[in-house]
Write a protein that binds this ligand. Structure first.
Ligand SMILES: [Zn+2]
Length: 437
């Protein structure tokens, strides 16, 4: 019996909460259940991170999608399995968890869905926007509760990851271990990092040595290894030693570490909750505010905006602190809007294009004893206290100030980095992407 097979895309989002679960785990279970009944998964499942500045985001703000090859007869069973597993695993009791599932029966992803997907990564999108597109293309939507998840579910289907992509191998814990401390042999992670970095990245925080492949939440993930290829994450997995059983593993193709969320913008165009790249001149000296955050202002020909390097970005703040008026930078980050605070770019990365030379005026040295001379008063020249020698006003010395920073790119440490932010180490291996302004 040979039935005609067709392509069915499945998208799932908004199943987790701050207390637990993870949409990637729901995806892994769904994949496993479908494979059990003989459904073919085409290529790798996708893990699509959504706009990190979105105020409605769930903990990790990730959605998943996978492409299946099924016959018409199999479709009702496939839909039943997917919806049952989402209903069973999602944190439905948590008010802010509102899962959505989308099925789309068509090989090609229409351009409007691709555009929608970009929008969800970069802006704020309404449930109605997803419903409108789904209706136009004939996608099948399933909402749990408010069903906000249909936005991410449709976006995950629409993101074809054609410009840049990375991979993540995720290993999940068995139910009895979830919530307990994770047992990972730190030495094995160090060994993996020294052998495979930067083909796998974000294994460690270079400044603290902290292991970054394990999350710090009660979710089912034991560890996640991020890398440039399937083979790199597979090789890395073989080196990492776990002191507890692994329930299942999955490799996702993902937009993590690609900067897909950033859009080039002029300051006057910027809207709250966008993630932006803005070229401007530093227009106010950096200030350190209570809590250890560093704030400065940049301007372009259209306006001014605040930039912030918050305390968790640690040593990145030293770069921000040493900026000065007149420096030319490209600021990258999510735009936050808080009551009584102007729009602020929450810095993820900064590129310093030019440093404004700074000079310090110093009193001249005595020609006889080489001591610094004393000013005789405004515009009255200098004199040596010891020798009495005088020097004119214009003998003042102009000394360049050591700016303590250099032209170049700087990023927040891995512990403070957005899932979507492209680590600088990746910039050497993907097509050069210095933004044209
Ligand atoms: Zn002297």
């Amino acid at each position: 019996m040979s039935e005609k097979k067709r392509i069915l895309h499945v998208g799932i989002d908004d199943t987790d909460s701050k207390k637990g679960m993870c949409t990637t785990y729901v995806g892994a279970v769904v994949k496993g259940e479908l494979e059990k009944i003989g459904v073919k998964i085409v290529g790798l499942p996708k893990l699509v991170r959504l706009n990190p500045a979105c105020p409605f985001k769930t903990r990790g703000n990730c959605s998943v999608a996978m492409t299946l090859e099924v016959s018409d007869e199999e479709i009702p069973m496939v839909k039943k399995i997917v919806l049952e597993k989402v209903g069973e695993l999602a944190e439905l009791k948590v008010e802010t968890t509102n899962p959505g599932v989308v099925f789309y029966k068509n090989k090609e992803i229409p351009p409007e869905v691709r555009a929608f997907s970009k929008k969800v990564v970069r802006e704020i999108v309404k449930i109605e926007d997803a419903e409108k597109i789904a209706d136009e293309i004939g996608a099948d939507l399933h909402k749990f509760k408010v069903g906000r998840g249909i936005i991410g579910a449709l976006a995950a289907i629409g993101n074809v990851l054609e410009e840049d992509r990375t991979f993540e191998l995720i290993a999940y814990r068995t139910p009895e271990n979830r919530g307990r401390p994770r047992k990972i042999d730190a030495e094995s992670v160090l060994a993996m990092n020294s052998k495979i970095f930067p083909e796998t990245f974000d294994n460690l925080d270079p400044s603290t040595g902290e292991i970054r492949i394990t999350p710090h939440t009660p979710c089912p993930i034991l560890y996640g290894i991020r890398g440039e290829s399937v083979s790199s994450v597979e090789s890395a997995q073989k080196i990492v030693k776990a002191g507890e059983p692994i329930e299942r593993m999955v490799i996702y193709m993902t937009n993590q570490g690609t900067d897909e969320h950033l859009r080039k913008a002029k300051i006057s165009e910027i809207k709250p909750f966008w993630s932006v790249s803005v070229k401007g001149k530093v227009s106010s000296s950096p200030k350190i505010i209570p809590g250890g955050h560093v704030i400065f202002n940049i301007s372009d020909e259209t306006g001014k905006i605040d930039c912030a390097a918050y305390e968790p970005t640690r040593q990145f703040r030293d770069v921000a602190k040493n900026l000065a008026e007149g420096d030319v930078v490209i600021a990258h980050g999510g735009v936050k809007e808080k009551p009584e605070i102007p729009l602020t770019i929450n810095l993820e990365k900064i590129e310093i294009l030019a440093l404004e030379p700074k000079f310090l005026k110093r009193n001249p040295k005595c020609s006889k004893c080489s001591k610094r001379m004393k000013s005789e008063g405004r515009m009255k020249g200098y004199s040596c206290v010891k020798c009495g020698i005088k020097a004119p006003q214009n003998s003042v010395e102009t000394v360049p100030v050591d700016r303590r920073i250099d032209v170049g790119k700087y990023e927040v440490p891995p512990r403070a980095r957005r899932h979507l932010a492209r680590p600088l180490v990746r910039e050497y291996r993907v097509k050069p992407q210095t933004l044209e302004f």
